[in-house]
Design a protein around this ligand. Sequence first.
Ligand code: FAD
Ligand code: NAP
Ligand code: SF4
Length: 684
Amino acid sequence: MPYPHLLAPLDLGFTTLPNRVLMGSMHTGLEDGRKHFDRMAAYFAERARGEVGLMVTGGFAPNIEGWAKPFAGTLATSGAARRHAVITRAVHAEGGKIALQILHTGRYGYQPFCVAPSRLQSPISPFTPRELSASGIERQIRAFVRCARLAREAGYDGVEVMGSEGYFINQFLAAHTNKRTDDWGGSYENRMRLPLEILERTREAVGRDFIIIYRLSLLDLVPEGSSWDEVVTLARRVAAAGATIINSGIGWHEARIPTIATSVPRAGFAWVTRKLREELRAAGITTPLVTSNRINTPEVAESVLADGSADMVSLARPFLADPEFVKKAREDRADEINTCIACNQACLDHTFAQKISTCLVNPRAAYEQELVLRPVLQNRKRVAVVGAGPAGLAAATALAERGHEVHLFDAAAEIGGQFNMARRIPGKEEFSETLRYFRRRIEVTGVKLQLGRRVGAADLTGYDDVLLATGVTPRNPRIKGQDDPALAGRVLSYIDVLAHGAPVGGRVAIVGAGGIGFDVAEFLAEHPGHSLALDPAAWRREWGVADPAELRAGLARPQPAPAARRITLLQRKSGKPGAGLGKTTGWIHRAALKMKQVEMLAGVNYEAITAEGLWVSYGEKRADAQLIEADTIVLCAGQEPLRELEEPLRAAGARVHLIGGALEAGELDAKRAILQGTRVAATL
Ligand code: FAD
Ligand code: NAP
Ligand code: SF4
């Protein structure tokens, strides 16, 4: 059997899970309001069909005080429980199991009714919480218990009590946020009372044959977070209080250390779970322990289970990317898994923008009922797709999957378009997985691929439809002096640097601080061939993550390695460079470049490029140009659509569809490219 540890059943005493895979809780936005229960049912049913062992819903608040935002999903009445039954029935019909996450956000609540152990505003919410009285705390505990009882009434197989990531329960546990002097604060025994009372009373209310997962923060990564002794004590007491499974949480939301971004090494925190598991086993506690964070392939999952880091693995975003992750692993088809690249662009970034979460590599996620790839039974078409970047790949494989005859052309020697540059950025190695997935998908669906073939309009006759996915060309910023033959090799485009490996000097000025400018800066700041994402010890040093047994909450002083070059990153706009980067990842890119002493300049005018470097001025008068000394200037000034084939094809009467960068280069990203490709493919 492939992946023997991953696919081994787990006996919980009163029920058995078919494998060791937990689909971790993700807030998709479908939880909020009443109108999405059918959609959630379809979403979870698709993942149950994909054979995940146990799923956890997005967070539901046990009461109004616990809301993440106004009118957030709440389970507090029997009426609400009846609405949930549509989800549990759909999951059980597919043979799956599902637990409801009880999420009380405490001072993280983005709403005026939020409460907390102490009146301390969090850095991530504009609302100051109300400090709870002792009777207020009692009301919160009862709300947790009621929510669990209602979850059972709704048909759930269990609940997950959210005790990590800096939410309400975590706020009681840590002195960072608990300044109380009554029975709920002060000593750790007092601070621990809240989760223990919730668990004991919940167990009493739901009976023995109901799964209770407790999500425990193993590494707070904030000052005055829990010490390792406290974590171990809590885990023992949580097990004794009736938890069936202990899930692990890493880092509070306000922590300034990345925990799930693509630049975090794979399974980069499994060592902490392993450390706890050893302590628990030594004390004779066998409660299954779940490890999480950046586990995105069956190989990685298998290895952390095989080396004793945990009893189960939690994968969350990988189930947005591919609902059939477990099924494909079981059938030894891991190479067909659409791997989560941990970009956050369509999941967490959407949550923070109040949009429904989906997935960059799988736009059907949470849109299972809307974006359907129906098989064509008749009128099979012959379709040409020009360009094998993300847009063309998504379109071609979806069309072929439906049954059309698809011919895919690309001028380059390999598929992937710009993703071949993206994947060379240190910390973006995961982007290669998307290309591996599409390469295999082309074989499985029978797309007829021709690489190394730049096609013209004359090559595209005889097709029912032509999809132009020809992407973009770099924008020329036309800076005075940039084309001076004396400066040959010193003024480069990002393509010269990333695709062609052009030599770059020790002092670099980068024109344009968009996504590509930032990526180029990270590429040039790192020593060739090195990536922190592939060097977990160096990654921990760089960001300041320590053994929690040595330093409280795992927080150490960051010790960044020196940059390979002196880099200046520039933009014409005033305002923060990188403001357009992802909501949940932009801060990581800015912090990473700061650690490499990259200078970021905004509000510049580009005056000229000379042998000394790049001359810039500020303001409308453009007086007093200043020199940024540079051996190399890299142009990352945005992009323009490449669609020279459109006119001649239309003139010849072809049915032409533009997708991805060929349609619109402004604010283009792979999310839009893949979505457009898939949407067009669904309609032909
Ligand atoms: P492209 O990827 O540009 O592909 C177009 C393809 O068409 C090319 O392979 C080209 O060879 C081919 N072609 C063109 N003309 C012809 C012709 N006449 N005949 C045959 N073939 C032809 N996006 C994100 O979402 N997240 C990121 O983190 C991210 N990071 C990036 C980092 C870098 C360094 C770069 C350069 C880009 C990054 N992007 C990122 C952007 C993303 O890669 C693009 O948005 C995406 O590739 C656009 O897809 P596309 O299919 O429209 O075009
Ligand atoms: P971009 O994000 O639009 O940035 C273009 C940069 O060039 C801006 O800093 C812009 O700032 C500057 N610029 C525009 N016109 C200019 C001109 N005429 N002269 C000089 N500078 C000019 O585009 P990009 O960096 O090329 O990235 C392309 C796409 O890939 C983006 O849409 C991005 O979303 C995507 N991408 C995403 C990521 C990610 O992490 N999510 C990473 C890489 C790429 P000023 O106009 O202020 O100078
Ligand atoms: Fe993973 Fe990115 Fe998809 Fe989110 S959007 S699930 S991070 S691939």
